[in-house]
Every structure is written in C-alpha cells, then in structure tokens.
Design a binder for this molecule. Structure first.
Ligand code: GDP
Ligand code: MG
Length: 782
C-alpha cells in the first residue's frame, strides 16, 4: 500500500520511494529512504497535504506525492521522540571540544590572510542567531553575485581579518531549490577558508545529513551543535568527544541564543581555517554494510574520476558521490569521455543490483546509516522536550481540522488591527505631532531670520511637508514588519503553508508560495527574493508576478491619508476592504495565469514544520533596525529628492521664472500629457498624475507630492471628491510597483518580465479604478 492510505496516528515502514528526478532526490535527502519508519501525524484541515514524523522531525507532503511512496504498516515501531536509545557517559558540558583534535599540524596560512567562513546549516537551525552573535551589529547586507538571495557578510567580533557569510538555509548539497545551488556553488567556487556547520542538536539525524556532504567537500569544517540548552534542559546529552572522533572534525556544543560556547566555536573555526585542517574522515561507506556494494562502487568511481575531479577542481569524494547519484551538473563539469561514462554506469548498475536499491537511495541510505551509528554511539536523546510537547499542543489548535482557518484569519486580522488602529497609529500620531512642532519652529526661525522667500518655501512647503508626511508612517511600517517577522520566525508561517496548500493549489500555486505572498504585505522587494526557496521555476515565476498584488507597507501612507481625509468614520473597514480587494484581484489574475501562461500542475510540496520557538528579541530588533534604516535612507534620499524636484518643477516655468500659479509650471505641462489617460477615472488633474509618477520612485511620496502640490488649494481634501479619492485609492493599490520592486523582478526574471509587470499592473489598476468610478456614479455618489 502507499503512504496515502495510512491513517492518522498510524506508523509505517518505507518499502520503495517512487517519483523521479530532483523531487525524488529531495525525498531521499529529507530521510524518506527504504527501511525508514515513519508515522502519519495528521492531515491538513482540507484533507491535503499530510504531516508525517520521521527521524524525529515533522515533514509535510501532498497526497499525490505520498502516493509515490510504497509502505508497509507496522505496529507503532516508529521510535517515539524521546525514547532513550543508548546510555552514554555524561559529557563535560559546554565547551569541552578539541581534546581529540590535533592542533598546530602543518603550516599555518601566512599572518594577515583574510579568513573567510561560510555559515552553513538547515533552515531554522539558528544560523541567523549565531551570525548576529558573531558579528554584532556590524554587517553588510547584499546579494549573492548574479542572484537575489540575501547575502549577509560580517567580520567576527574581536577577530581581525575574518569575514563570515550567512548562507541560505539548506538541507542538502543536491540542487533542489535555487538556494541549495547558491550554497553549493559558494562552497565549491568561492572556496571559503572554512565552514561553520550549524547543527540543530534537537533534530540531529536530519541535520547531520548535510554535515556528511560538507565533509565530503574536503574543506576545513567545524560542527556547531546548536540548541544545546534545549537538549540538556530536557535530559539529553551528546558525547562530543566521541562524535569528534567519528566525524574527524571539531564539534563544539553551543547555544547561539544564550551565547554559550560561541567563543570556543570561533577559536576552533579560526584554528582549522588557519592551519587548513581538512576533515580527517570522508569515507562514510562501510565495507560490512549490506555486503559492501556501495563501498566498492564509490571507491571504484573515485579511482575512475580522480584525474577529472582534480582538473575540474571539485573535491574527489564529493564528485564521486554526485557522479554515482547521477547529478548532471557535476558530471558535466567532470568532462568524462564516453568510455568513462559507460564504466561509471556499469559500476553503478552493478551496485544497484547487489544492494537492491537504486543509486540515489543507496547513497542516501549509506549516509543515514553512518548517522545512525553516530547517534547510537554519541547521542542520548532527551525525553520529549517541553518545546516539542508545547509545539504539539499549539498545533492541535493552529493546524486543527476546524480551528486552523478561523485562527489564520483571526491572526491576520489581529495583526492588521494592532498595526493600524492601536500601536502603529498611536506611535504615528506622536511622531506627526513632533514633526509638526518642528516645522512650526523652523517656520518661525526662517521668518525671523528674513530668509529668501523661495528658500523658505522650499524648506517648509517642500521638505518639511513632503518628507515629514512620509516619515510619520515609519511606525506603521515598523510595526507591520515586527508582526510579520514574529509570525515567520516562530514557525507559524510554515503551518499556514501547510493549511493553505490545497487552496493555493487551486490557483496553481503551492503552499510555499504563501510565504513570499505574505511578505509581500510588508515589501515587494524581499517578497520577490523569498521566492528563491520555491523549488519550481514555474511556481517561482507565477508567485513573483502575483506579489505586486499584495499591498506593501509603502502604500499605507496613501491609504491612511485618504481614509483619514475622506472616510474617517470607516477607517479600519476601508483599510481591510482595500487589502481584501487586492487579494481578490490577485486571485482573479492567478486564475487567468493558470488558464493561460502557467498551464500545468504546481510542483510538489515537501516542507519541514519546525518546532515553534519564541523568536529572539535580538534577531527581531536587528531586523526592525534594518527595516527602519532602509526606510529612513529612502525617505532622505529618493523621497527627499523627489520632493525637491517636484517642488522645483511646480514652482518654475520653462524659462525658470517663479510662477504665481502652479498651473503654468513645467510640471503641469509634463503631467498634463498623462492626465487625459487618467481622466475617465476622475483623476484627470495634472497634480494627481504627478504624484502617481513620483509614486513609481517610492510609493510613500504620492502623499507628500500631493500635499506639496495642493497646499495652495487648502489641501487635497478640499480639492477632490470622495469618489475620485476612492478611485485613486484603488488605482494606487494596484498600479505598478515601485522602481526597487521592479528592479528586483528584473533581476529574477529578466527585463521583459519587469516591463510586463509595469504595464500589466497599470492596466489592471486602470480597469479596477474605472469600475469603482462607474459603480460609484451609478450609486449616485459624488
Ligand atoms: P535560521 O533559520 O537558521 O536563521 O534560524 P534562526 O536563527 O532564525 O533561529 C530559529 C529559531 O531558533 C529562533 O526562534 C531562535 O530564537 C531559536 N534559537 C536559535 N538558537 C537557539 C539556541 O541556542 N537555543 C534555543 N533554545 N533556541 C535557539
Ligand atoms: Mg535565518
């Protein structure tokens, strides 16, 4: 029977793993290997996907994919989390590593060499936490060359000539998603002097799978066993010394969150990098395992390709494993000739025959067998930890059959309510008052000093009015990011993906797309970047094209401003209405895409459900600081310049004479060309056209430009009807995303798609705004 037929709460043992290509490799990498025991935890509220537990962690996959896995039901033979497998001697506590680790061998790198490190680990293993501990606030955020995956570099605090790079969280060195390829290429091509491999010790079997592959890459590695606090707190322990002996690299128990063992980790990392100490063991195949078929095959291939691997600069053992697995990218790089390719195939076929497993499964099984040996020898598993019990209990509600969807709607509602009506709004008022007071003060000072009229106008009507009105939205944006990062870091968003997968699939997407889409409510730029975690190019493309429909925080000033001015009594209602509208339009467009450009099925959905954890205050603060800094930089660069330029253009005519009436200004003439297009929407005023153009630079500036331009008419509120305001709201909700977002789309999908996004969004916005106006006119609203 297949995994799909197993009932909730039942256990089964894997017989065969079907499927093909990258997906199948991913199944294997995640530990679904013939012989593995697993347990079905629950089905999602809508009946699909299913959550299973194996190797002590939770994984979700779709029923269609579960169908590809042949299993045999067993009587609860799954090792329950927390069962004590073997008793090992207590280890000495944090920071005892290094005793089995020969120091000072070989020649050190010359003094003053830059020691570069890569921080590699599974998702949610604590990389960001450790990275922040190591680098403090001094870090450089950018992208990996050629691709927009967040790249953070920083020097290790107090250590000269060091730089550490936080790589994307990955599960394996097989290129399943873009991020895995980025990480693999980083290690292979940029050749960091050392790798810090962070391992979540509460989930050690799956985490060590990546470690095995890193060791094969023949590069200095230090293993950091993170979350030791949780492990020891629940009665578990690790015999670190024995583990070091088995792995042949330093192993340092740490707690990144509590900053324990981190200095020792740094000492070891610097040591192995400086002396270029390669792992002492790369040979994980065992000649006594299943008759030694895999062992013989790998060693034969190692001999076969030795010269090619050397020539291509790929670590030999790694190349051999990948060649046996049939990794096309590596095989191409090796440039084997026909005979060698045939020999490789013969050796592999013979191994498959002797081992009774296909190539990928055999290699994955070889790695997991070794991991089991390590765990049996060195790890005393804790009783079910408080955190896991807590997670299970929380999940009863958050992914429960009846509660999951109401809770999701409730949580999002609460986030929006708190952001717009409570915290954000309160802080915003406070800041606005401060800016107002400052502006009055400056106005008085300028008047009494008798400063030139024009300059006075620029400072007060241009800069203070424009930048000030944008600045006062900082609190709302920061609050929104705060909640989104809380949801993401706690592990809830992964659950949302699990719960919503079936629904998103109807739109032709996968549950994973929910993450970028939700981030899109914060800012389109990181949302577009977040699509990198999607393993299918089709899903990724479609998700990117849909993110601009998720209304970003930069548009908030526009909504808040107009709702305040025109619809003060229905503030929250209209805000929520706008968001709902953008989602509805997004859904319509998704259907359209599914029927036209993106025919075919969404890709498989295989995802880990991490244990719920309280996000660390430090990570959250760091993120908020980055977001605020980013926003302030924009406010004082793009927006300031836009405001000044607009003020200038509307104050002068083509002969650079100061104009009395801005209708005669340069700006009026230029924007007047576009205004007719907007006229059917009731937005035919050149000032509105101008503000929308500047909104392309930065959405926040729509409001500031309107403020500046309408200041002579006694403000926007006096100069526009509420129907025009409504149609402007809908237009700005949907029209082209800002330059930064378009640029990130361009980096991901190319110039054509970026242009497409701009034109398409404007068209959709135009139609939607026209509908609003028509409906309004029919209903007799003016
Ligand atoms: P990343 O996805 O690998 O970057 O992981 P994060 O750094 O975001 O950490 C994931 C979660 O684990 C966060 O909620 C952290 O607060 C938590 N965490 C990180 N290190 C530790 C640790 O040493 N002990 C405990 N108990 N939690 C930790
Ligand atoms: Mg992280």
């Amino acid at each position: 029977m297949t995994l799909r037929e197993i009932k909730e709460g039942q256990s089964a043992s894997v017989l065969t793993v079907g499927g093909s290509g990258a997906l199948r490799q991913h199944f294997l990498d995640m530990g679904i290997i013939p012989g593995t025991d697993l347990k079905v935890v629950k089905y999602a509220p809508m009946g699909d996907p299913v959550e299973i537990c194996l190797h002590g962690y939770e994984l979700t996959l779709r029923l269609d994919d579960a169908d590809k896995i042949e299993v045999e039901p067993i009587a609860d033979a799954v090792r329950q989390k927390g069962e004590v497998r073997s008793s090992v001697s207590e280890h000495l506590g944090l920071g005892e590593g290094g005793r089995f680790h020969p120091k000072g061998s070989g020649d050190p790198l010359p003094e003053g060499t830059l020691l570069s490190f890569a921080l590699v680990g599974n998702q949610n293993s604590g990389k960001t936490t450790l990275f922040n501990q190591l680098t403090g606030a001094k870090q450089h955020v950018g992208n990996f060359p050629g691709v927009t995956v967040d790249r953070k570099d920083g020097a290790i605090l107090g250590r000269a000539n060091t730089v550490i790079t936080d790589l994307p969280g990955i599960y394996s060195m097989s290129p399943y998603s873009g991020e895995e390829l980025v990480s693999r290429n980083f290690v292979l091509n940029e050749k960091p002097k050392g790798v810090i491999n962070i391992v979540d010790v509460t989930n050690i079997e799956r985490n060590l799978y990546l470690t095995m592959q890193l060791l094969e890459m023949d590069i200095p590695v230090v293993v950091a066993l993170n979350m030791m606090d949780e492990m020891t707190g629940n009665g578990g322990s690790v015999d670190v010394n024995a583990m070091e002996a088995m792995l042949g690299v330093p192993v340092v128990p740490i707690s990144a969150a509590k900053n324990q063992g981190v200095q020792e980790l740094v000492d070891h990392a610097i040591h192995v990098a400086k002396y270029q100490e390669k792992p002492q063991r790369q040979d994980f195949c065992d000649e006594s395992d299943h008759g030694g078929a895999v062992h013989r095959c790998l060693h034969a291939v190692i001999h076969l390709i030795e010269d090619h691997a050397k020539a291509a600069g790929i670590p030999l053992r790694f190349a051999a494993c990948k060649a046996v697995e049939g990794d096309g990218l590596i095989i191409d790089q090796l440039c084997l000739d026909e005979n060698e390719k045939e020999t490789l195939e013969h050796i592999t076929l013979q191994m498959e025959k002797e081992r009774g497993l296909d190539r990928s499964a055999a290699i994955a099984d070889m790695r997991f067998s070794f991991i089991m040996k390590i765990c049996d020898r060195c790890v005393k598993k804790p009783g079910e930890s408080r955190e896991q019990t807590r997670s299970r209990n929380i999940d009863k509600v958050l992914t429960g059959k009846y509660s999951a969807i109401p809770v999701f709607i409730g949580v999002m509602g609460l986030v929006f309510y708190l952001t717009f009506n409570v915290i954000g709004a309160w802080l915003q008022d406070l800041l606005a008052m401060g800016i107002e007071a400052l502006s009055v003060l400056a106005d008085g000072a300028l008047s009494s000093a008798g400063v030139n009229e024009v300059l006075h106008g620029l400072i007060i009507d241009g800069i203070f009015e424009g930048v000030g009105s944008v600045l006062s939205f900082l609190p709302i944006i920061v609050t929104m990011f705060f909640f989104l990062s809380l949801l993401e870091d706690s592990g809830y968003i992964a659950r949302v993906a699990f719960v919503m997968d079936k629904l998103l699939r109807k739109l032709g997407l996968s549950g994973r797309s929910i993450v970028p889409l939700l981030i899109g409510f914060g800012c389109t730029v990181p949302a577009v970047m977040a699509t990198r975690t999607l393993p299918s190019e089709r899903d990724r493309r479609m998700t990117i094209l849909l993110t601009p429909f998720m209304s970003c925080t930069a548009k908030l000033p526009i909504y808040a401003f107009f709702v305040d001015a025109f619809f003060p009594r229905h503030k929250a209602l209209i805000m929520i209405g706008l968001y709902v509208l953008s989602i509805l339009v997004g859904i319509l467009v998704a259907f359209l895409y599914k029927k036209t450009m993106f025919k075919g099925e969404a890709v498989p959905f295989v995802m880990e459900l991490p244990t719920y954890r309280l996000p660390s205050a430090r990570n959250t603060m760091q993120l908020l600081w980055e977001k605020s800094k980013d926003f302030l930089q924009r406010a004082f660069s793009v927006i300031l310049i836009a405001t000044i330029v607009v003020w200038f253009l509307q104050s002068f005519d083509f002969r650079f004479n100061l104009v009395e009436d801005s209708r005669n200004s340069i700006l009026a003439a230029v924007a007047g060309l576009i205004a007719p297009v907007l006229a059917p929407l009731g937005l035919g005023d050149w000032r509105i056209a101008t503000s929308l153009i500047s909104g392309f630079m930065a959405k926040e500036s729509v409001v500031s430009v309107l403020e500046v331009l309408f200041s002579a008419q006694g403000g926007v509120a006096a100069a526009m009807s509420s129907l025009s305001a409504a149609s402007l709201l809908v237009f700005s909700l949907l029209y082209t995303p800002c330059v930064a977002a378009v640029a990130s789309v361009r980096r991901e999908l190319g110039r054509k798609w970026a242009l497409y996004v701009v034109i398409w969004q404007c068209a959709v916005a135009w139609i939607a705004a026209l509908l609003v106006r028509l409906i309004g006119l029919l209903a007799g609203i003016v």
